[in-house]
Ligand binder design. Structure first.
Ligand SMILES: [Mn+2]
Length: 273
């Protein structure tokens, strides 16, 4: 598929959670004239704690460099995890432009503020140490999640995301996500924009908040999502993990377990008969 614009964020290269292979797969079948990389592309916080840089992570960097080399425009807006890149605002490397924030005008003439979004996250702004603790807890949760799911897989349970569950709890408890969305939409409105395109909270979403279009690109740690600009200028969310899973199910047919489930009613019927 070819698009005018693709937006990606929160890839977190340099962490064990980064789904670089899935991203490479996405990049191989979605092309664009312009790419916006909206922050936390690599994870300096995590790399400082321990170096983790497999080949696939290199391949992601190479993929963007070669796109740039082949004529694509790439705008890189650093986030809080790759804040070291904020020292290079206004410069470019390998043809990739580094910017603090960007103005994006869609085909339908709607104007969007493009920003990572951490500047509007009060936890990150007012208590950096708390954000770092949260980051470690999040890493621990992802690690625990794989252990829990391995156990559930062995016992025939369904995949269950602990961190997704925990984030749901956070959402219910302090409405963190909706608060973030409102703050970002307000910021866009104040700047005279029609909408905002951001990342940071790993919660992909396209919605209308009042008269402001809110778009969050999600991440490549859990959800594996991107936002693309359709030919008519509207924004579309692509959930690559789900798309791939559904295609795989369609190709292979339902799994053994799903078949077993669907045959259960027949069995009971036979027993009754
Ligand atoms: Mn961030």
């Amino acid at each position: 598929m070819k698009y005018r614009t693709i937006f990606l964020s929160d890839i977190h290269l340099g962490t064990r959670g980064c789904q670089a292979e899935l991203l490479l797969d996405f990049l191989s079948c979605h092309e664009a004239d312009v790419y916006y990389l909206i922050g936390d592309i690599f994870d300096g916080w995590s790399l400082r704690r321990g170096w983790h840089w497999p080949q696939a992570h290199n391949d992601v960097v190479q993929a963007f460099l070669s796109k740039s080399h082949n004529g694509a425009r790439i705008v890189y807006i650093p986030g809080n995890h790759d804040e070291v890149m904020r020292a290079y605002l206004g410069t470019h490397f390998g043809g990739i432009e580094v910017m603090q924030r960007a103005d994006f005008t869609a085909i339908d003439a709607r104007r969007y503020l493009v920003t990572h979004g951490d500047q509007f996250d009060s936890v990150v702004v007012h208590a950096r140490w708390l954000a770092h603790i949260g980051d470690r807890a999040y890493g621990f949760m992802l690690w625990l999640n794989t252990k829990v799911n391995r156990a559930r897989w062995i016992w025939g349970g369904q995949y269950w995301s602990l961190s997704k569950w925990a984030k749901q709890q956070v959402k219910h408890a302090v409405s963190f996500i909706s608060h973030y969305e409102t703050v970002l939409a307000d910021e866009a409105k104040r700047g005279g924009y029609d909408g905002v395109i951001c990342g940071h909270i790993h919660s992909a979403n396209i919605s209308k908040l009042g008269d402001v279009d809110y778009a969050n690109t999600g991440d490549w740690v859990e959800s594996c999502t991107a936002i693309v600009e359709r030919d008519d200028g509207t924004l579309q969310l692509i959930d690559w993990a789900t798309t791939k899973r559904n295609r795989e199910i369609a190709r292979r047919g339902p799994s053994r377990r799903q078949r077993r489930k669907s045959t259960t009613p027949d069995k009971t019927e036979n027993e009754i008969a």
